[in-house]
Design a protein around this ligand. Structure first.
Ligand code: NDP
Ligand code: HSE
Length: 443
């Protein structure tokens, strides 16, 4: 049988992983598909750099010629960005190519239109490599858990961010130093603020939530908070309370609506997710029938991501001759059964909270603070008062009044109430700094 031909858009970290796997595992893959798969062309910007890889394939700087090449069956996009990736994928689809992409930003923002175009043309569009690197989470959500009503999923879904938090906590390294290493290792996005500000995780969360809950992609509905404000102090206080700080994506379906949020989170240290370190990712998915299930693996890097992309290639090859109506639906649900869900605003999110206050070390301060919580009906789970710091103000008789850090853990509460409590606390004359707020999930 004629080999299936692959054209790669991009031959960087991910593209090279795909090329290496397709070459090294060619025989094993052919045993699985019954057909040989050949990478024949790649499009890049710097031709000399790509040719130096000696892959024995045609290298072009004319990406448009690749997506319209009649000899290419499947186009794999690993170049990133919006432009020209989006128009190239539209052209590939219009030319009847099956399309596979690792570009989560593109899928999260433009997925609905790309899926429609692919469906009209009867071609496959697949994006396993776009979410959580090598972990087959899209396959799990779309197929393995297909019997379930999925209630929630929570995950560490950015390898760079987790690498930074782990190295800071375990080795006391600085944020900038670890980020530079993540960039060198090929984990970070072209614009690393996507990693540290949670935008990359938000892209992935939007994709997973659509597949899990059966709704069109809604990237704009994801609340996003990054890790750049996390201090060593908070990492240490969290540890004293028996928690670790992780950057989580949370998608939860409640009867009032859906919460989609990405933010630093305290997790009890005994939970498996709290022990996922370095570039590893992990996602807990809760289905009504199966209960909680956990998926773990490398969240970024050349061959882990290549593994997911090649898996999509193999799936596409297996279905080449299938009636498009008999393929697994792109977002797991039949396209006409996707329903927009009510998205909750942040005031209606529910979570427990870690609050760090800095107060003047004076009698009655703690009582005033706890009174604010009491009046709002917020229950306090734990209070930790640290050693006073000598950075306070002078009292009337010119004696320095030390500051004291106070850590409070609340029970689960509506976010709007916590915002009110913080406003009232910050208005107290005895509170000397803005309150630090980090959400807590007991999972
Ligand atoms: P790299 O920067 O390592 O590689 C990008 C490749 O695309 C390079 O070969 C580059 O060519 C080529 N390229 C970029 N723009 C163009 C263009 N306009 N025309 C032609 N070629 C172009 O990126 P990654 O491999 O890290 O990432 C690629 C995609 O995969 C991104 O969407 C990313 O989000 C996603 N991803 C990355 C993961 C990772 O671990 N790195 C994991 C999961 C997904 P040249 O070198 O010549 O400039
Ligand atoms: N920059 C991403 C990360 C790549 O660090 O997770 C994998 O999607």
């Amino acid at each position: 049988m004629k080999p299936v031909t692959i054209g790669l858009l991009g031959l960087g970290t991910v593209g090279q992983g795909v090329a290496n796997i397709l070459t090294r595992n060619a025989a094993e893959i052919e045993r699985r598909t019954g057909r040989s798969i050949r990478l024949t062309r790649a499009a890049v910007r710097n031709k000399a750099k790509a040719e130096a890889l000696n892959l024995g394939i045609d290298i072009t700087t004319d990406a448009q010629s690749l997506v319209s090449d009649p000899d290419i069956d499947i186009v794999c996009e690993a170049m990133g960005g919006d432009d020209p990736a989006l128009s190239l994928l539209h052209s590939a689809i219009a030319n009847g190519k099956h399309v596979i992409t690792a570009n989560k930003a593109l899928i999260a923002v433009h997925g609905n239109e790309l899926f429609r175009a692919a469906s009209e043309k009867g071609v496959t569009i697949a994006f396993e490599s776009a979410v959580a690197g090598g972990i087959p989470i899209i396959k799990a959500l779309r197929e393995g858990l297909t019997a379930n009503r999925i209630e929630w999923l929570v995950g560490i879904i950015n390898g760079t961010g987790n690498f930074i938090l782990s190295e800071m906590a375990e080795k006391g390294r600085t944020f900038d130093d670890v980020l530079a290493e993540a960039q060198e290792l090929g984990y970070a996005e072209a614009d690393p603020t996507f990693d540290v500000e949670g935008i990359d995780a938000a892209h992935k969360l939007a994709i997973m939530a659509s597949v899990a809950f059966g709704m069109p992609l809604q990237f704009d509905a994801v609340y996003t908070e990054g890790i750049s404000q996390i201090t060593r102090e908070d990492v240490e206080f969290a540890e004293e309370l028996g928690y670790r700080i992780k950057h989580l994506g949370v998608a939860r379906r409640r009867k009032e609506g859906v919460e989609l949020r990405v933010h630093p989170t305290l997790i009890p240290e005994r939970r498996l997710l709290a022990n996922v370190n370095g570039v590893m990712n992990a996602i807990v998915v809760h289905g009504d029938a199966v209960g909680p299930t956990l998926y773990y693996g490398a969240g970024a890097g050349s061959e882990p991501t290549g593994s997911a992309m090649v898996a999509d290639i193999i799936d596409a090859v297996r279905c080449l001759d299938a009636d498009p109506a008999h393929r697994v639906p792109t977002l797991a649900f039949q396209p006409d059964a996707l329903t927009p869900h009510v998205m909750l605003d942040t005031a209606n999110y529910q979570s427990a909270y870690y609050l760090r206050l800095h107060a003047l070390d004076q009698p009655g301060v703690l009582a005033t603070v706890t009174d604010i919580f009491g009046k709002l009906g917020i229950s306090i789970e734990a209070i930790l008062q640290k050693e006073p710091e000598m950075v306070g103000e002078l009292s009337d008789d010119s004696i320095e009044v030390p500051n004291v850090p106070i850590i409070l853990l609340t029970r689960r509460v509506r976010e709007g109430l916590i915002e009110t409590a913080i406003e009232r606390i910050e208005a107290l004359s005895t509170i000397t700094q803005p309150v630090t707020r980090i959400r807590v999930e007991s999972l």
